[in-house]
Design a protein around this ligand. Structure first.
Ligand SMILES: Cc1cc2nc3c(=O)[nH]c(=O)nc-3n(C[C@H](O)[C@H](O)[C@H](O)COP(=O)(O)OP(=O)(O)OC[C@H]3O[C@@H](n4cnc5c(N)ncnc54)[C@H](O)[C@@H]3O)c2cc1C
Length: 560
């Protein structure tokens, strides 16, 4: 079809255009309608039902001198898919912000598109309510488009190799912090050209080239964070509230703390989102009947926290906590310290390591802890193994089965029933390329530079079998890393932080106040614990978020 301009051309000329293309006429109309409702006054909305039509329209607009600010394209379109279309659209309007509309199943294509077409955002269908899902990202893209005044698009580049552990780790770091970058393999010509330009021989990978053209050879994540716009240094020395840990509990606390007027700092050692950020699909979080990915939840929570004025530090780890009169001092891994009136500990748990020989050596080179969502595409046509029988392992198996030739779940127990939710067991049973091997453990991992084979031991008979393996994803329980609180905050024998009624008289021997600790308050007045790190917690996203919010209420009472 020919794209009908939605307003007379003369009247539209000064207004930046938002282009939307979807081959399904009803979806196409619905997107255009929602866009027009919010942006119609200041922008012209042009809709098309195929990539070819949209390109024709854009060429005409180019000739007329119209400006295109944002392009939204559906991924699955016949003849020319959304990525191909966006790639060609870049030739016409290289500075327009690019959004891909995808179904959940195509998330990985969208992640790839970040590299192929410098995608600025991918939006999952359905986008209802638009106030929550469509408008916030489009608002941001429009203001970014206005801000950059159509300067050339410059992105961070990374040259690495699939089997280089540090390259994979840095990709995961950037992806989980939602930092756009372009990936080049060191064995491809363009990757080699970049290495040569950076004066690197490729032996030390990755090499990161910042938007300013600075080359960083095998940098730490903190070095990269500081150069890609992630805050790593606190703006003040003193805060009302410091939240430690940026998972759902910490983000919940930061949103409520900042929105209620507390000067709030959140300190995160790796990437906001915590464990939830690794989840391919959270199905039991209230208000999202179709589920949402951990990345989406994190992105929204982070934007919400920043909107309310919370400061978010990344790659900063809390390494000590001291009580200095009314101040609570938090020592950070770079040797600096910040003071706060109150502290919320939301440091969650970390996966335990698998002790089988070989796993350590090949971590991030075929052996991964947690879901490592960025690896999904690499699982194509591979035989993939998932160790663990809890929900997180089940979710990963379901997700990976869409990419891998086969997924084998390895569990030591006799069945999944003891450890996994019924709905997931049912899902797994219905997926043809997932097998569950019970009473089995990994006894060794083999490979030359990357994982190639696994030795599996049958726990009933003791016999072993060696199988070809492309990837191994490990989910074998988790423990809190709270050693840095030694001598200050009371914990149980496994390291989980004790709070409220879980504190015994012994723990409260030095308690200085007339009142008892509040619910969620530790043996140190003004220091609270929420989410998975708290002893006896529910180990769920919703409960971590709820506790984060509730702890802020107790912070207010404490400050009174
Ligand atoms: C793959 C996967 C799928 C899951 N799926 C679901 C699901 O579908 N539904 C559900 O309800 N739950 C699910 N869970 C569980 C859920 O994600 C957790 O219960 C939840 O994330 C706990 O939140 P939290 O904030 O307490 O801790 P975490 O999410 O563990 O976050 C803690 C954060 O603190 C940071 N940190 C730790 N120590 C320090 C330090 N010293 N200094 C600074 N930062 C620090 C960590 O880097 C981390 O980002 C899943 C978990 C996983 C791993």
């Amino acid at each position: 079809m020919t794209v009908p301009p939605t307003v007379p051309a003369a009247a539209a000329e000064t207004r930046p255009v938002i282009v939307t293309v979807d081959d399904d006429p009803s979806v196409s109309r619905a997107v255009a309608r929602d866009l027009r409702r919010r942006y119609g006054e200041n922008n012209r909305i042009v809709r098309a039902e195929s990539g070819a039509d949209a390109l024709d329209a854009m060429r005409q607009m180019k000739l007329r001198g119209d400006q295109v600010a944002v392009i939204l394209a559906d991924y699955r379109m016949p003849a020319m898919n959304g990525i191909e279309f966006l790639e060609r659209a870049m030739d016409v309007y290289p500075f327009a912000k690019r959004v891909l509309l995808t179904a959940y199943a195509d998330t990985n294509a969208a992640i790839d598109a970040i590299n192929v077409v410098d995608l600025d955002y991918y939006l999952l269908k359905p986008w209802d309510p638009p106030e929550e899902k469509l408008y916030p990202p489009v608002d941001e893209l429009l203001s970014a488009w206005r801000r950059d005044d159509r300067k050339p698009v410059r992105v961070t580049k990374m040259v690495g190799h699939r089997w280089s552990g540090p390259s994979t780790a840095l990709r995961d770091f950037l992806a989980r912090n939602e930092v756009p970058y372009r990936w080049y393999s060191s064995d491809e010509p363009e990757g080699q050209r970049l290495l040569a330009a950076a004066g690197a021989d490729g032996r030390e990978l990755p090499v990161v080239i910042t938007v300013d053209g600075e080359a960083l050879i095998a940098p730490t994540s903190a070095e990269v964070a500081a150069r890609v716009g992630l805050a790593t240094i606190p703006e003040r020395d003193f805060y009302d509230l410091v939240v430690i840990g940026g998972g759902p509990g910490g983000l919940g606390a930061a949103v409520y703390g900042a929105s209620e007027g507390l000067r709030t700092l959140l300190v995160e050692k790796y990437a906001t989102g915590g464990q939830a950020g690794q989840s391919s699909r959270i199905e039991n979080y209230l208000g999202f009947p179709d589920g949402l990915s951990g990345g989406q939840l994190t992105d929204r929570a982070r934007r919400q926290a920043i909107k309310f004025g919370a400061e978010l530090l990344t790659t900063r780890e809390a390494t000590g906590l001291e009580v200095n009169g009314p101040a609570r001092t938090i020592r950070l891994n770079d040797g600096s310290a910040v003071d706060a009136k109150a502290v919320i500990l939301a440091t969650g748990v970390t996966y335990r390591q698998l002790n089988a020989p070989g796993c350590d050596r090949m971590q991030n080179a075929g052996v991964f802890y947690g879901a490592a969502l960025t690896e999904a595409e690499a699982c194509k046509d591979q035989d993939v193994f998932v160790v663990g029988g809890a929900n997180s392992a089940g979710q990963a198996a379901v997700f990976l089965a869409r990419f891998a030739r086969s997924v084998t779940m390895l569990i030591r127990a006799r069945s999944l029933e003891q450890s996994m939710s019924y709905y997931l067991i049912q899902q797994i049973a219905g997926i043809g390329n997932i097998a569950v091997r019970t009473c089995t453990e990994v006894s060794e991992a083999f490979g030359d530079g990357h994982l190639e084979q696994l030795e599996l031991r049958d726990l009933n008979t003791g016999t072993t079998e060696t199988v070809d393996a492309g990837q191994l994803f490990i989910f074998i329980g988790a423990s809190p890393r709270t050693g840095w609180l030694d001598g200050v905050v009371a914990r149980d024998e496994r390291g989980f932080v004790l709070a409220g009624l879980d504190l015994s008289e012994d723990h409260l021997a030095g308690w200085p106040l007339d009142r008892s600790p509040f619910h969620l308050e530790t043996n140190v007045p003004g220091v609270f614990a929420v989410g998975d790190v708290r002893a006896e917690s529910a180990k769920r996203v919703a409960s971590a978020v709820g506790e984060g919010a509730m702890a802020v209420m107790f912070v207010h009472r404490y400050l009174e």
